[in-house]
Design a protein around this ligand. Structure first.
Ligand SMILES: O=C(O)CCC(=O)C(=O)O
Ligand SMILES: [Fe+2]
Length: 194
């Protein structure tokens, strides 16, 4: 990964794809570590605090919040934190904490169009999504649909090892239904609270 190119792309477009952030061995390792914890996954909800509900018509994934010290994810968290340092050095974003979870979308489930920033709260600055699906084909579906503007969208196939980075307040996006279980690690670099 050429970090300077990644940052140039992010500055120019507000998003960037890194097709091989992890190699296939790393993807399999992380996916099986994730599967070992499947009993601990909870159905994801929408909204925060009192306004937090499970609504399968909006999102059908199951998630597991990753502790920053969790050895299972140590290597990948190190890599993501390197990316954060570079983003801060180049763009003065003041990114601090990385909040992240594993997500498993059962076949047929999806996440309707949304923005990642919670209403009235702008601490999520940059979204990162890392896919953990070995041998994913076009016909498996499950694309991340990123709405670039009113007229254009980009469909990203959730192929293992691919990282998508985008500005959290800029792009509405959705996850299309897949024909197989779809695995990922999703995170947000948050801004230091003032
Ligand atoms: O898995 C993806 O491609 C995106 C997930 C997402 O939008 C989210 O968790 O907020
Ligand atoms: Fe999202």
């Amino acid at each position: 990964m050429d970090i300077d190119l990644v940052i140039d792309d992010l500055v120019e477009h507000g998003f960037v794809l890194v097709p091989q952030f992890l190699d296939s061995t790393e993807v399999r390792g992380l996916a099986s570590a994730m599967q070992e914890r499947r009993d601990l996954f909870c159905q994801a909800g929408v909204g925060r605090k009192e306004g937090h509900f499970v609504v399968e018509q909006i999102r059908g994934d199951h998630i597991y919040w990753i502790d920053a010290r969790d050895p299972v994810a140590a290597q990948v968290l190190d890599r993501l934190n390197e990316l954060k340092q570079s983003l801060n050095a180049a763009l003065y974003l003041g990114l601090d904490e990385l909040e992240c979870h594993f997500a498993a979308y059962p076949a047929g489930s999806f996440y309707a169009r949304h923005l990642d920033q919670h209403r009235g709260e702008d601490s999520r600055v940059v979204t990162v999504v890392l896919y953990l699906n070995s041998e994913w084909e076009e016909q498996d579906g499950g694309q991340l649909r990123l709405y670039l503007d009113e007229h254009r969208h980009l469909d990203v196939l959730p192929e293992g090892g691919k990282l998508v980075v985008f500005l959290s307040d800029r792009f509405e996006h959705e996850v299309l239904a897949a024909r197989r279980e779809r695995l990922s690690l999703t995170g947000w670099f948050r801004r230091r609270s003032k």
